[in-house]
Each structure stands twice: as structure tokens, then as C-alpha cells.
Write a protein that binds this ligand. Structure first.
Ligand code: ADP
Ligand code: MG
Length: 706
């Protein structure tokens, strides 16, 4: 398709409409054709009013019988519509944009509404439904006369386009877009160029691109529409996976890394000195990592495991093998507290084996820092632990062969890249406690190898989680006291969100005072929050670790990675204000030792979403299930964070949580092509190469995870 054709050439699109479309990111014919319908009115998906069920989200087509504007004062008014079909009447209400809706929805008109059904007594209602005026759609399709058409008896599937308020006001409603689209297609159709090879089309049973565009915008049947959507999704996923395939193939063919062939003293002694038996899942992960480390190509692996599943020790085995082969390792953690904790833990293991372990954080004294920097540069230090200080400009390494990034989702693409670039093709191990479904992994981390620890160390008892409201506070405090009397420790965590950071911090500090003076005057309490100095934080953590404090009160600085096995109670204040992933992380701070642990979520009145989060926490401790629920509540993009969903934002029609089968098919095809022709030089791949460069490379380039 000639991508550059301007829209103003189209009949019916003047300068004003063209400007508004441009704001929506549509300035060429090609972009207009790529503006796919948001949904379709398909008679199979419509319901008649008498069959509506409470809570379901449906499409209803009916005629506006009556409208009513209530309440004159702005902000208080509402607009009501009674929509009728042959079986009954549905009540529609708008509270916002009342004036606009009251002007556009008029009696006698046939509309399709889409929304959630609620019953008020026996009266079915919808609030703020999406709506689409259909009356004129009739003329377009010219299959009925007048307004009394009956969609139930036509075979038509009508596309509904998303239209912004500005578009609607400029005369670009969904209905009008259908007309524009028809004109655009007439002009564009002859120029649409296929973007998949004949072999792919045939091999995967795909419809030609031009036909797919036609069916997407003007479906001739639900079946053909389905084919067309499949074709479009497949193409998108194919090009997304092609990026992964090309990247992996580049790693394998063009880059070589040190082979860690020698398994010696350090590895053997680490194994013997472990105070516990590794789980089967840990052993399997270590085996996979060792295979990579010996292969001669750089490892590029993501280790996924729920909070508390024991990822650190797996990383330590990788570091041990590096040391056995005379190479340095660097291990980066997202917070100071965590870096220090890892440093303490690893020193304890590695120093008796004759290795030198150094810590580098942003806030060290000059002398200390210089000594570490010298040790790293000379290769005297075998292992470096640290925060992002490890990637700063002045830091250089000697014989850096292995790079490990803990809680990798806390770092940006550039930070991960910067650490990797401290050496030439080091082996890379990324670790994460965000257990994302396999489907997502393949869509987002498709160029990484994946190891999953889906098993907790033996002897762990599942954490008991309970939801409590304010009235039960006293009982919760008594319970906490009881645990401390048995020699255990506990956390009390307060929410801290950016928008109200100051007030939140104040509330946390005040509560700490109240708790230590009034509620637990006889216990030893510590306070920790983000505004303290690094020394201050570390001092408190050290006391807590050593058992010199009974209770640690703080903000979410203790969310990530903190490991004190004797702590058995996690109390979260205002749990309704936390996200699900955060709650799960916080809960993961307990249940790390042999004692039964507890998580108590104190909450005030909760919104529906918050209620769902709290219920999810109470119903399972499995991080994989939690993240699936989280993905459902927040959407996949939010679950992964803005940056990591970069590869998803390139997807317009495919949805990797739903279209897993399509992704697998497209992935297989992409990897086969790159396997056979790594640089896409064969004549049959020229077109794919050109398309990829032109349309997809930039769109997906944020997918860079390593
Ligand atoms: P995470 O995967 O959340 O990073 P950690 O590596 O911090 O988990 O491990 C959590 C706790 O479990 C630590 O105290 C660690 O010593 C302990 N641990 C790890 N592996 C085992 C095992 N196989 N058996 C018993 N305890 C283990
Ligand atoms: Mg960890």
C-alpha cells in the first residue's frame, strides 16, 4: 500500500477531519486502514432485553423510546434513556457528559449499546454504556427500509470503531468512519502489498493481506472475519518473534564467551557446605545454567522463581563456577539493603573458600570505595555485589565473565545493558520474582532462555494469610505479642505512594511512636524508611537480622528481597492501598524458615478491585496464580511495567494472553526461517526482511531485555 498517500485526498475528509485524525495517529491511508474496529456487532453476540442476566457485559440493539434529562445543576444532572426491543425495556443512565449525550441520543433512533447489566428490582439497567447509532447504518447496508430493521435477521457483522469525543464532534462517529473506510479501501486496495511469503501463507493457512484488510473492515461473514483477524494477529506475532529469533541467532553465531569448563574446588565446597539439600527445581536450574556457561556462547537466561523459592543460591553456583575458571562475577541488586544482605550472605560462604567478595554501593566512604574499585580493576576481587553503583562510569573490571541481575524488573533496559557492557560478551543471568505466565514470557522475553523454579524448599509451611479490619486491631496486636514471646520477629508495613509521600511517611513515623510508646512499650522496635541515610538503614537492618529487634516498622523499603528466616509475622497496614504484586512481595518476607508464618492484611473499606486483590491474597500463596489474577485486574501491560511491556505496545490486534496458540505457530515459523537463513538473504525472504526493517524493527525495539 502506498503508505504516504495523504488522507485529505479522500472524499469527505476535509482539513478539519484530517487534523483530528492526525491527533489519533492517523495521517496516511495506510494508517487509516490499520485503524481496526474495536469490536463488531455480530448477531450471535447480541441479546434480547428479556434474556439479560445480572452482571453480564453484552450488546443490545433497540430503539430509543423515550429520553429524560434530570437535575439542572451541573455535576448533579443525569440523562436517562429507555431503550426498547421486541422483548422489553432497558434503562440507560449517563452521569457524565450529560449535555452531550442528551443532544446526540434522540427518540426514535436505533442504537446498539454495549455495557454491563445491573438489575434494579426487575428493571434491567446499564450505566454509561458504549453506544453506536445504527439507524443510518441501514442505508449503508441497504438491506431494510426505514428504521424498523431487524438485526437479528440479517447475516451482517457490523464493525464498530473506537472514536474519541473530538472525532465524534467533528463528524467522525463509528458510523461515519465506516463510510470513510469504504472510500479509503477503494483507493488503497489495489496498492496493498503482501507482507508474508507465499510459503508462509500456504504453510500456515493464512488469508492474503489484501483480503484480510477487506474482511476486517467489511466482514462478509463471522467466519471470514475470524480468518482475517487470525491472519493479522499471526503477522504481528510473527514479526515480533522474528526479532527474538534474529537476536538469539546473532548471539549464537557471532559472539563467543568464555567456556567455564573447569568445575573445581569452589563449586564442590559450596555444595558440601550448604546447610540444606537443594530442591529438585534448584538443581535443574543449576544444570541448565552450567550447560550455558560451558557452551562457548554467552548465556542469556532468565531465572524465574517465586519469592522465597531460593534463587540466590542458584546464582551462587554460577558464581562459584566462574571463580573455578578464574573469572570475576558481578551481582547487581536494586536496593542498598538487598545488596548488603547478599554481600553478607555470600561473604560467609565464599571467603572461607579463599575468594574475595566486595560490596559497591553509591554511598560508601571514599577510601572504602577506592579500595573496592582497585580490587575490581586488578581482578583481585572475585565477586562484586552492589547496587547500580556497579555500572557507573569509573568502575572497571578485570576478567568479568558473569553478570547477574537480581529482581531484574526493577532495572531499566539501559541499566541492564550497561552492566553487560562492562565486559565483552559476559554470561548473563537475570532473576525475577515476578512469575509471569509462560505465554507472557514467550511474548516478552522471547529471546531469553528460561529457567523456572516452581517449588519451595522442603519443610516450608504455607504462610497463613488473614484479612482483618480496624475492629480487630487489638486481637492482631495480641497475636503479634504472642509470636514475639515465642522468640519470633515481625514486620509492620505502612503504604507509601509517590503522590502523598510526605503525609504517608509522617503517618508511618507517628504510628511507630505510638506503637513503641503505647502499644508495645516492653518490646524492641526499629523504624526503617527511604528517607534515612544508608548507614541508618543498614544499622537497623543489622539489628533486626541479629535478633536485637523484635519488630521492624517501616515503609515498603523492606518489600524486596529481605531475608530474615526468624521473622514470622507480616502485618500490612492499609492493605487496600497496595497492589497485588507488592502484597505478594511483602508476604514473601516471612515464611522463610521452619516456623509457621502469618500475613495479616489490615484494611479499611475497600473498592471492588481492592477487595479482589485482598481475596486473591487470602486464597492462594502461589505467585503464578497471583500474577495471573493481577494480569486480569490490571492488564498485562501494567503487570510488567511500562518498559517491559514495550514489546507489547507494538501489538495492535494480537493479545499474547489470549492468542497463545497463534503466537506459538508464528514463533515456530519465525525461528525456522532464521535457523535456515540467519540473515534473511534468500530471495524468498527478501520481502520479509524489508517489511521487518520498515515496519516492525522500531516498533519492537523496546523489547530489548538483555
Ligand atoms: P528468593 O528466590 O526470594 O531470592 P532466597 O534465595 O532469598 O529466595 O531464599 C529464601 C530463603 O530460603 C533463604 O533463607 C535461603 O537460605 C533459603 N533456602 C534456599 N534454598 C533452600 C533449600 N533448598 N532448602 C532450604 N532453604 C533454602
Ligand atoms: Mg531474592
Amino acid at each position: 500500500m502506498s503508505g504516504s498517500t495523504a488522507l485529505s485526498f479522500l472524499k469527505g475528509i476535509g482539513a478539519k477531519k484530517a487534523a483530528i485524525l492526525k491527533e489519533e495517529g492517523i495521517s496516511t491511508l495506510e494508517e487509516l486502514m490499520g485503524y481496526f474496529p474495536r469490536r463488531y456487532l455480530d448477531r450471535r453476540a447480541m441479546k434480547s432485553i428479556s434474556t439479560l442476566l445480572e452482571g453480564e457485559t453484552v450488546t443490545v440493539v433497540g430503539k430509543v423510546m423515550r429520553t429524560q434529562l434530570e437535575g439542572a445543576s451541573p455535576g448533579r444532572s443525569r440523562f436517562k434513556v429507555w431503550l426498547g426491543d421486541a422483548t422489553g425495556v432497558l434503562e440507560l443512565t449517563w452521569f457524565r457528559g450529560v449535555r452531550y449525550f442528551s443532544r446526540t441520543i434522540v427518540q426514535g433512533e436505533v442504537v446498539a449499546v454495549y455495557g454491563k447489566v445491573n438489575y434494579f428490582g426487575r428493571q434491567a439497567q446499564m450505566q454509561h454504556p458504549d453506544y453506536d447509532r445504527l439507524s443510518l447504518a441501514l442505508d449503508e447496508h441497504a438491506d431494510t427500509e426505514g428504521n424498523d430493521f431487524d438485526l437479528y435477521n440479517t447475516g451482517k457483522v457490523i464493525p464498530i470503531y473506537q472514536t474519541s469525543e473530538a472525532m465524534k464532534q467533528a463528524g467522525l462517529t463509528s458510523r461515519q468512519l465506516r463510510t470513510v473506510m469504504a472510500r479509503a479501501f477503494e483507493v488503497a486496495a489495489p496498492a496493498i502489498q503482501e507482507n508474508l511469503s507465499a510459503a508462509l501463507l500456504q504453510g500456515s493457512g493464512l488469508m492474503p493481506l489484501a483480503e484480510a484488510y477487506r474482511q476486517i473492515h467489511f466482514p462478509s461473514s463471522p467466519e471470514l472475519l475470524e480468518h482475517a483477524r487470525y491472519r493479522m494477529k499471526w503477522t504481528e506475532l510473527f514479526y515480533a518473534q522474528l526479532l527474538f529469533a534474529l537476536r538469539r541467532s546473532d548471539m549464537r553465531r557471532n559472539r563467543s564467551a568464555a567456556r567455564f569448563t573447569h568445575s573445581g574446588e569452589v563449586t564442590a565446597k559450596l555444595y558440601r557446605k550448604l546447610p540444606y539439600e537443594l530442591t529438585v527445581a534448584q538443581k535443574e536450574a543449576i544444570r541448565e545454567i552450567y550447560r550455558d556457561l560451558r557452551s562457548g556462547s554467552p548465556m542469556n537466561r532468565l531465572l524465574q522463581g517465586d519469592v522465597g523459592s531460593g534463587k540466590t543460591v542458584v546464582a551462587m553456583f554460577a558464581m562459584a563456577l566462574a571463580a573455578d575458571n578464574g573469572l570475576q562475577s558481578a551481582f547487581m541488586a536494586p536496593t542498598e539493603i538487598l545488596a548488603v544482605q547478599h554481600w553478607l550472605g555470600m561473604k560467609r560462604f565464599f571467603e572461607p573458600l579463599g575468594l574475595k567478595v566486595g560490596l559497591l554501593t553509591g554511598k560508601q566512604r571514599k577510601k572504602e570505595r577506592e579500595a573496592i574499585l582497585a580490587g575490581l580493576a586488578s581482578g583481585e576481587l572475585n565477586i562484586a555485589l552492589g547496587t547500580h553503583a556497579l555500572i557507573e562510569d569509573g568502575v572497571s573490571y578485570k576478567g568479568l565473565g558473569l553478570v547477574i541481575i537480581d529482581e531484574q524488573h526493577r532495572f531499566g533496559v539501559l541499566q541492564r545493558k550497561a552492566l553487560r557492557e562492562k565486559a565483552e560478551n559476559p554470561h548473563l543471568l537475570l532473576m525475577t520474582a515476578t512469575p509471569i505466565p509462560r505465554t507472557l514470557s514467550m511474548g516478552v522475553f522471547g529471546d531469553l532462555d528460561l529457567s523456572v523454579i516452581r517449588q519451595m524448599p522442603a519443610g516450608r509451611r504455607p504462610i497463613r494469610t488473614s484479612l482483618r479490619n480496624e475492629e480487630r486491631r487489638e486481637a492482631v496486636c495480641d497475636f503479634l505479642r504472642g509470636q514475639v514471646a515465642e522468640g519470633r520477629q515481625g514486620y509492620i508495613v505502612y503504604p507509601l505512594v509517590e503522590e502523598s509521600e510526605k503525609m504517608d511517611l509522617k503517618a508511618a513515623v507517628e504510628s511507630f511512636r505510638h506503637l513503641s510508646d503505647e502499644v508495645f512499650p516492653d518490646l524492641r522496635l526499629g523504624l526503617i524508611h527511604g528517607q534515612m541515610t544508608p548507614e541508618g538503614k543498614e544499622g537497623v537492618m543489622a539489628q533486626f537480622r541479629a535478633g536485637e529487634l523484635d519488630l521492624l516498622v517501616g515503609t515498603t523499603v523492606i518489600e524486596v528481597g529481605v531475608d530474615v528466616p526468624n521473622a514470622t509475622v507480616m502485618i500490612v497496614e492499609h492493605a487496600e492501598r497496595f497492589g497485588l504484586a507488592q502484597l505478594h512481595q511483602l508476604r514473601g518476607r516471612v515464611g522463610r524458615g521452619e516456623h509457621q508464618s502469618f500475613c495479616i492484611l489490615l484494611h479499611a473499606a475497600a473498592t471492588l478491585d481492592a477487595r479482589e486483590r485482598l481475596d486473591a491474597m487470602a486464597s492462594t500463596t502461589d505467585g503464578f496464580i497471583i500474577s495471573e489474577i493481577d494480569a486480569r485486574i490490571r492488564g498485562v501491560g501494567n503487570l510488567l511495567g511500562k518498559e517491559q511491556s514495550g514489546s507489547l505496545s507494538g501489538l495492535r490486534i494480537a493479545d499474547i494472553t489470549r492468542d497463545f496458540d497463534i503466537m506459538q505457530s508464528a514463533r515456530r515459523a519465525a525461528f525456522e526461517i532464521v535457523e535456515a537463513d540467519p540473515e534473511l538473504r534468500q530471495s524468498s525472504h527478501q520481502m520479509i526482511r524489508a517489511w521487518y526493517r520498515k515496519h516492525y524493527h522500531n516498533r519492537f525495539s523496546l523489547a530489548d531485555t538483555g
